[in-house]
Ligand binder design. Structure first.
Ligand code: HAM
Length: 412
């Protein structure tokens, strides 16, 4: 028997209803905030991510699905921000649209060790605002993330925010860390010892207890921020206060991708266990220029849809269509139901019939399994009178209805 690749999932029809519900809620919210959908390819040039995420990041070093095509190396996209930045520059959106607010929903790929909430093919639901450094964009993006979670009936989450500052401030922060850690190297885990030279900021969010002990004593606050970045961050927190959005300033919050500057945020949910980030985002004011575009600020976030589903209390029930199930008794009735199916479907009514030639009892059971709202029984007697027996599966009521009145009856 063939099996699916580890870290991937089959989303079966029952569960797809939930996905559709989440996507529907997301589209409604994005639309209310005036974001437009963008769809970029699943496959990109590998060097795009080397450049945008950073050569030394874990995603680029360990998690890319690469494929060679002649002299070119392509990869399955591990995230959406880089692709959208590429698309923004390549399609010259700076010239045609300038400031853009985009959203996306789709699969991402990372070669990670699979566990609860961590997959190799997972799905992002995210947005990117490109073309402004305004702190109120950060406020809008974070408030949209908050709104989305609440609309998906997700409670108990925590929005952690921090400012990494501009590139110069980030360098300062790295120096502070290098100095603070130089005589504590032996207390760090092996990963963090490697990070000292490769990606020192990541030491700040190492989960190892011994490393956490060392980090706590470093007393990192906002000393590395220049006056402009301090003012920017104050405007972000003031905006969030104004909208009464709960957040926690978390000085140790850094992100695993190199493109971030200034505001970064992560949203944690207790039900997710070890992989507790339901979503994350931040500013990336240098990415567009790094990839060859004109200087412009940018900010966005992405939620992992699989993680949203773990935390969400919504059910797919509301997305069930009102199914009408037709059961025909005998060959003449079967032919008649073929026409009936056609007529009802043309009127926009969702209907189906028994193609397994079940007994009346078996077909009724099937209708029940399918959660049909109505069953239409077409028999010889009914045919002669141009009627059908209509059973409401919710109330149990059954009545005879003429074919002319049927559509009206089903639509009300
Ligand atoms: P990220 O933190 O790498 O950020 O991913 C965002 C979210 O995707 C995570 O918080 C998590 O919910 C989900 N996620 C990540 N990896 C996996 C996985 N292996 N399995 C399941 N879910 C996963 C980004 O990708 C940035 N592009 C976000 C962003 C947008 N920043 C600015 N704009």
């Amino acid at each position: 028997m063939f099996k699916r690749v580890p870290g991937t999932k089959d989303i079966l029809p029952e569960e797809v209803l939930l996905w559709q519900r989440i996507e529907q809620i997301a589209r409604k919210n994005f639309s209310a905030y005036n974001y437009k959908e963008i769809r970029t390819p699943l496959i990109e040039e590998e060097k795009l991510f080397n450049r945008s995420l950073g050569e030394t990041t874990e995603v680029v070093q360990k998690q890319m699905f690469r494929t060679q095509s002649g002299d070119d190396t392509y990869c399955l996209r591990p995230e959406g921000t880089s692709s959208i930045a590429r698309a923004y520059i390549e399609n010259d959106l700076a010239k045609t649209a300038g400031f853009v607010k985009l959203y996306y929903i789709g699969p991402m790929f990372r070669r990670e060790r699979p566990q609860k909430g961590r997959l190799r093919q997972f799905h992002h639901l995210g947005c990117e605002v490109i073309g402004s450094e305004d702190a109120f964009v950060d406020v809008e993006v974070i408030s949209l993330a908050d709104k989305l979670l609440k609309s998906c009936s997700i409670e108990g989450f925590e929005i952690k925010i921090n400012s990494l500052g501009c590139l110069q401030d980030r360098k300062e922060l790295m120096d502070v860390l290098r100095n603070g850690l130089k005589d504590k190297i032996e207390h760090l885990c092996e990963d963090c010892r490697n990070r000292l030279n490769r990606n020192i900021l990541r030491i700040l969010d190492c989960k190892n207890e011994a490393c956490q002990e060392v980090i706590k004593k470093l007393d990192i606050r906002d000393a590395h921020l220049c006056p402009d970045c301090k003012t920017h961050f104050s405007a972000v927190t003031a905006g969030l206060d104004c909208l009464k959005i709960d957040y926690k300033i978390t000085p140790y919050l850094v992100r695993g991708l190199d493109y971030y500057t200034r505001t970064v945020f992560e949203i944690a949910h207790p039900e997710l266990g070890a992989q507790d980030a339901i979503g994350a985002g931040g500013r990336y004011d240098n990415l567009i220029t790094d990839l060859g575009g004109r200087p412009c600020g940018a900010m966005g976030f992405a939620f992992g849809i699989e993680r949203l589903l773990i935390a969400s209390k919504i059910s797919g029930e509301g997305s069930l269509q009102n199914l009408v199930y037709i059961i025909s008794l005998g060959p003449a009735a079967k032919k008649e139901s073929l026409k009936l199916l056609n007529t009802l479907r043309s009127a926009g009514i969702t209907c189906d019939t028994d193609y397994e030639n079940k007994s009346l009892k078996g077909a009724m059971r099937k209708a029940d399994d399918l959660k049909a709202k109505y069953v239409l029984i077409v028999g010889e007697d009914e045919l002669k009178k141009n009627t059908v027996a209509l059973k409401n599966m919710v109330s149990g009521e059954q009545k005879e209805v003429s074919l002319e009145e049927l559509i009206k009856e089903l639509q009300c």
